[in-house]
Write a protein that binds this ligand. Structure first.
Ligand SMILES: C[S@@+](CC[C@H](N)C(=O)[O-])C[C@H]1O[C@@H](n2cnc3c(N)ncnc32)[C@H](O)[C@@H]1O
Length: 195
């Protein structure tokens, strides 16, 4: 069987659902994960750091870019019950899990879709992402160049070891975006980006 990646569009491995628990100061979520999605065994430490440290969401439409099984999107939907959250991922299994997890958390203010299902003219009050660093530098840069300018502000959590500082330098030098390091902890940087 060919090697499978968490960013495949249709994971080839058999399904093996499990539950992980996300405990945050303001809420606790039980989330279903599965083989073939990012960090299926536990909520990723970078994702947890982002959710612990980001400011409260602004009014308007929010974007979780690369939603995986939905820990960021579902948390945002709970924190912004009057807002609307788009959860976007190329991985169909991840999108299905996000739908399951939104329903289990009792949130209905989430739209879940593949990247090409997002209306072209939609802008976002804030973008949140634990981006798919492992897709490689050029696809990652293309992804950020396509989505970050559609948001008023972006919050990205990136492992220091996987190049957070060089990514921050690239965003500043290549695009002129203002990048501020909000937090550096447990090997991750939480970056606030003003496109
Ligand atoms: C590091 S994971 C983060 C998943 C989830 N947000 C979390 O925190 O657990 C990055 C996600 O980006 C998705 N992804 C990869 N390429 C993408 C693309 N071009 N557009 C949207 N999502 C993509 C992957 O499938 C993966 O689910």
């Amino acid at each position: 069987m060919p090697l499978s990646h968490y960013f495949d569009t249709t994971p080839s491995g058999p399904s093996a659902p499990r539950t992980v628990v996300l405990v945050l100061p303001d809420l606790t979520l039980e989330l279903t994960t599965d083989r073939g999605v990012f960090s299926a065994e536990h909520v990723d430490a970078g994702t947890r750091l982002l959710l612990q440290e980001v400011p409260p969401p602004p009014a308007g439409v929010l974007l979780d870019l690369g939603c995986g099984y939905g820990p960021i999107a579902v948390t945002l939907a709970r924190r912004a019950p009057a807002g609307r959250v788009w959860a976007v991922d190329v991985n169909a299994r991840a999108r299905a899990l996000t739908a399951t997890n939104a329903a289990a958390a009792g949130v209905a203010n989430i739209e879940i879709g593949a990247p090409d299902e997002v209306p072209d003219d939609l802008r976002f009050a804030a973008l949140y992402s634990n981006p798919p660093i492992r897709v490689g530098k050029a696809p990652l840069h293309d992804l950020l160049a396509a989505w970050v300018p559609r948001a008023d502000i972006a919050y990205l959590v990136v492992s220091k070891h996987l190049g957070a500082d060089s990514l921050a330098r690239w965003m500043q030098a290549e695009h002129g975006w203002r990048v501020r390091r909000l937090v550096s902890r447990v090997g991750y940087r939480l970056l606030e980006v003003h496109p």
